[in-house]
Ligand binder design. Structure first.
Ligand code: SF4
Length: 292
């Protein structure tokens, strides 16, 4: 196929296993880990874990990416849509609270097919960068219950510099709008587990509190109380960022408090992390799914 599905619109040739676009992936999904995961927000992980499927490759290229081995080196095993559907069944049997598809944009057609083969009885979570397209979201309409997008930048120049991503702000805001249109306001079951809605994540970067505060203000101005926000402080220097004068450290208590204060002053509903989350132990242990 010639691929234009994500906002990059590479118009690149993609075979089943080899792709020549920015994401560097073929059309068949490559997955790096299929397992219950306990590091998500409490309403997503609960006590039994979230049934995550981590996809390899990405349509962004963040210099600080904490999943570098799978997002840039594309490690993992290739699966068919039918194989993916089997993964959902197995995760469901293990007692997890939901099926959580992590960074799947570049495989959206295959993901849609897998969900048509088997739509889990549990909520389906679509966990993504936020830099997505109407084409991808249309493919997922009616198949996803919870959208979990990032909103990383309030400034296109910063997005271009740190993630090689053009026109990030308008693209991500338009995507979140469409997500909200599809799934509506947040809903929860009797145990407090999320069943539907949009939960937007923002990772605070060291020496970039202005960006974080402006992100929260933009989200509040655009969506008010229709979404929830998860403020994340788990950043650890990784990849190229280790040697960067600004990004080569974790965030300070002062930086975190400053951004949290803005969240509380805006009165937005959501989650904050403990500052002790800034540890490499929170990065999943990739097993590259050798047993699929
Ligand atoms: S999914 Fe990949 S190949 Fe297709 S437009 Fe996006 S980056 Fe390019």
């Amino acid at each position: 196929m010639i691929c234009d599905i994500c906002p990059r619109k590479c118009h690149a040739e993609r075979g089943e296993r080899v792709g020549h676009g920015f994401c560097g992936m073929g059309t068949l999904p490559v997955v790096a880990r299929v397992a219950p995961h306990f590091g998500e927000e409490p309403c997503i992980s609960g006590k039994n874990g979230s049934g995550t499927v981590f996809f390899s490759g990405c349509t962004m290229k963040c210099v600080y990416c904490q999943n570098y081995e799978i997002s840039a080196l594309n490690k993992g095993v290739t699966v068919t849509p039918k194989g993916l559907a089997e993964c959902y069944r197995e995760l469901e049997k293990s007692g997890v609270h939901n099926i959580n598809l992590v960074t799947a944009d570049h495989f959206a057609p295959a993901v849609r097919e897998s969900l048509r083969i088997y739509k889990p009885k549990l909520p389906v979570v679509y966990n993504c960068s936020g830099y997505t397209s109407p084409a991808i979201l249309t493919m997922l309409k009616g198949l996803v219950d919870i959208y979990l997008p990032d909103f990383k930048y309030s400034d296109d120049a910063l997005a271009a510099k740190l993630s090689k991503t053009p026109n990030y702000v308008d693209t991500a805001l338009a995507s979140i709008k469409e997500m909200l249109f599809q799934v509506g306001s947040p809903g929860f079951d009797s145990e407090g587990m999320m069943t539907k809605g949009v939960l937007v994540r923002h990772l605070i970067l060291p020496a970039h509190t202005r960006n974080s505060i402006d992100c929260l203000r933009l989200l509040h101005k655009t969506f008010n109380d229709q979404i929830m926000v998860s403020l994340m402080c788990q950043y650890v220097p990784w990849g190229e960022a280790k040697d960067d004068p600004k990004l080569g450290r974790t965030i300070t208590r002062r930086e975190y408090d400053k951004v949290k204060r803005e969240l509380f002053e805006l009165g937005m509903d959501g989650f904050t992390q403990e500052l002790s989350s800034a540890k490499t132990e929170y990065i999943p242990d990739w097993d590259y799914c050798a047993d699929i």
